[in-house]
Design a protein around this ligand. Structure first.
Ligand code: ZN
Ligand code: ZN
Length: 150
């Protein structure tokens, strides 16, 4: 597998550390998928990822293998599936336990993630009132990013 001269970004390293902390093994394939997700603000579909990662690890990776890898990364909270796009982004705050709040641009497709503890507390209170236990905390908001709106 190729490694970039500059090495991994600190956040990519944090994502890998998070997986390891929960006892998960980071195979070269898993790392390559994570790296591809970290390399862009654009959500990537499984087929785009397959092409990119196949190039990176220098062998043909099948789509089911990519899906399995993405499931694994999502389960470990280091990747997020954007349901409305059927695409994936890296969780931008892998060091922290949080709800991923994603602002996705309808025009250029870029996604930005924020954390909002206040909103999380409100949602947790609502869940408590309902007796509901939340196991998936991703919020998607769509619209125009600053660049496209301006
Ligand atoms: Zn996140
Ligand atoms: Zn945009």
């Amino acid at each position: 597998m190729r490694t970039d001269a500059g090495g991994s970004s600190p956040n990519l390293a944090a994502a890998i550390a998070k997986c390891r902390l929960s006892g998960a093994q980071i195979t070269p394939l898993r790392e390559a998928v994570l790296k591809a997700l970290w390399s862009t603000e654009q959500p990537l579909g499984a087929y785009e990822l397959r092409d990119q990662v196949s190039q990176d690890v220098e062998r043909e990776i099948s789509a089911p293998t990519i899906y399995r890898t993405l499931d694994f990364l999502c389960a470990h909270g280091v990747a997020v599936r954007i349901e409305s796009r059927n695409a994936y982004v890296a969780c931008k705050h892998p060091h922290d336990d949080h709800a991923c709040i994603l602002f996705v641009c309808n025009e250029c497709g870029a996604s930005s993630e924020v954390e909002n503890k206040k909103l999380e507390r409100l949602l947790a209170a609502d869940a408590k009132a309902l007796g509901f236990s939340i196991d998936h905390r991703v919020l998607e908001l769509s619209g125009s990013c600053a660049a496209c709106a301006g």
